[in-house]
Design a binder for this molecule. Structure first.
Ligand code: GRF
Length: 214
């Protein structure tokens, strides 16, 4: 088995964050690989991207599990364990994970959210909500998922995105996406290199060890 971190990605949508991660993974020396992509949707862009790139793609809609999310999540954990997944990445996954998943992957689930958390947490319309609130700056957050709250947990990184005059949800979302494509692979690399140290509810990024010469 390679020494790269084995990543499982959960996704429900177009999959642009998955694509960004797969592009990073293909780069020289990236310390992680994506071994499986799981979706709660029967079909979605993320599953297509995974298949195109030769990554195992698995669809697990809840109606195939007696419409019981806990049963589905238990099966999902079994699959992720079989694939040797060490780090889980929620890249546009539109379901709240049950404690079955959260407790199995403690401090090992990264989520990307399109706002500067804790602002506009808890919903699927963070970009629309930011526009409606009239904020002048929004952005995105990568954080570890923790039990007991949605869109909460220690923050790994954030990027600001100014709201421009005339922005629509689509134009603003596009600029937020560009920042997500940068932050998420960076966070996966830091986690994989053991450079994220949790201290209570905060994360400290420790420096990379010096490179050996000779
Ligand atoms: C991203 O904006 C992410 O922050 C949110 O869902 C969106 C997923 O986009 N959780 P994509 O499917 O990666 O293109």
């Amino acid at each position: 088995m390679s020494s790269r971190t084995r990543v499982g990605v959960l996704a429900s949508g177009a999959g642009s964050n998955l694509r960004a991660l797969l592009n990073a993974v293909d780069g020289d020396g990236f310390p992680a690989e994506v071994v499986v992509v799981v979706s709660n949707k029967r079909d979605c862009g993320a599953l297509d991207i995974a298949r195109d790139r030769g990554v195992k793609a698995v669809s697990m809609p809840v109606n195939e599990f007696g419409n019981d999310a806990q049963t589905r999540d238990r099966a999902m954990v079994d699959l992720l364990r079989r694939e040797g997944v060490q780090l889980l990445v929620c890249a546009g996954y539109n379901r709240v994970l049950s404690d079955i998943v959260l407790t199995q992957f403690q401090d090992a689930i990264l989520n990307v959210h399109p706002s500067l958390l804790p602002a506009f947490a808890g919903g699927m319309n963070a970009v629309e909500e930011a526009l409606a609130a009239g904020v002048t700056v929004t952005g995105c957050t990568v954080h570890l998922l923790a039990t007991g709250a949605v869109d909460a947990g220690p923050i790994v990184s954030q990027a600001e995105v100014p709201v421009e005059a005339g922005d629509t949800a689509e134009t603003l979302r596009a600029r937020i996406h560009e920042q997500e494509w940068r932050l998420l692979p960076e966070a996966v690399a830091l986690w994989s290199a053991g450079r994220l140290v949790r201290e209570g509810n905060t994360i400290r990024v420790v420096p990379a060890p010096p490179q050996r010469v000779g």
